[in-house]
Ligand binder design. Sequence first.
Ligand code: FCB
Length: 466
Amino acid sequence: MTTSNMSMSTDTPRAFPKNFLWGAATAAYQIEGAAAGDGRGPSVWDDLCKQPGRIWEGHTGDVACDHYHRWREDVALMREIGLQAYRFSISWPRVIPGGTGASNEKGLAFYDRLIDALLAAGIQPWVTLNHWDYPLALHRRGGWLNPESPHWFSEYTELVAKRHGDRVAGWFTHNEPQCFIGVGLQEGRHAPGLRLGISDVLAAAHHTLLAHGLSVQALRARARRDARIGWAPIAHVHVPATDSAADVAAAKRACFTIESDFMKNNTWWSDPVYLGRYPDDGLARFAPHLPKITDADMRTICQPLDFCGLNIYTAERLVRDSGDGGGRAVTVPEPPGFPMTHMRGTVHPESLYHGARFFHERYKLPVLITENGISCADWIALDGRVHDPNRIDFLARYLREFSRAGRDGVPVAGYFHWSLLDNFEWAQGFQHRFGLVHVDMQTQKRTLKDSARWYSEIIRTNGGGL
Ligand code: FCB
């Protein structure tokens, strides 16, 4: 064996641990379509999409990737890529059209078929319960502001866990609560499009956390005993401008500091979930606006979890230590011409290293990357293929950093690429392509991109080819 083919061999020392899980992710509203099909009820996203001017070019998720009808083909593509796990979300209003009460057998049967097909293809099903398509009927009853809302979520969890829990390998309660509360209820850019004051936002956030806790309890009671349970918050990672201990410490402190009233932060969400308490700086900052928070609430919110899930795409800020002994993180602007994705996110591969490390050091759990990926200006080339070298390079750089975290002692559990398919990118409509698989939105034709073939090889060699 020559040195060059040794680097791609499956029996070289692994870049990732033996049981590392390789997957890809999607979300129901972004891919399923069939918005009114088979008894599905409306979600807040269906409603927002109807409001003029809310979504880029008036796009909607009415059809999206038509995955509701094309799931067989999509599972076949996953198999072709060699995915070991698939993270998808269940549409709450598809299985309980009114949010509470009567369930929809056709909706539940759809997820049964999908789960069974995944298992038959040797792919572990990992389910997100709340990837933002909240039932419109519940929104009309106050949504996350209603003190009953945690119980609605737990009732929904019970139904799904009872029905699918014998086959699902992993569970996520909420996806990016910072976004559906921060961007949906506070900034109003996402569904349900509200601009609530801080007291209401904090009350909704507290109910969201209680819902997480009750949902984990329901999953532990009903799901397979070996199912892995957690959630998928976004990680706002501040990265150090240099490797100096002072800059690394400043970046880590910034990660775990509440820097504004905006709900997009790490600790207000993750400290209660993993540590059973709200962070002191947040309690001080929000003191006049806090809802009633009891010890019993905190016990409900803080359930034992199996992993620390992180959605990481970029770094929040590049920082250095202030150097004045005060330990402040000073922003270092990215130089002109810094690499950017099609979505105008900066490319910061080291966010996967520092993010994994900082979160593991604080919360002591194995780290699962629940989303990471890049939007590129992909199209079908004259040769009929989709060449996406930027995505391949982006993934190689980020995965190398994640494996470096592993070598430096962080238990790295797995990686879900966002996304399997090009899909409906929320308020930005179909202007972004995040998929390993190109989707022609007019014909629904699927084409594996070069990155999908590259990712197959990474999976086959457990990262050996990185
Ligand atoms: C994340 C969302 C996911 C997708 C990616 C690009 O914030 O969780 O649904 O939109 O961004």
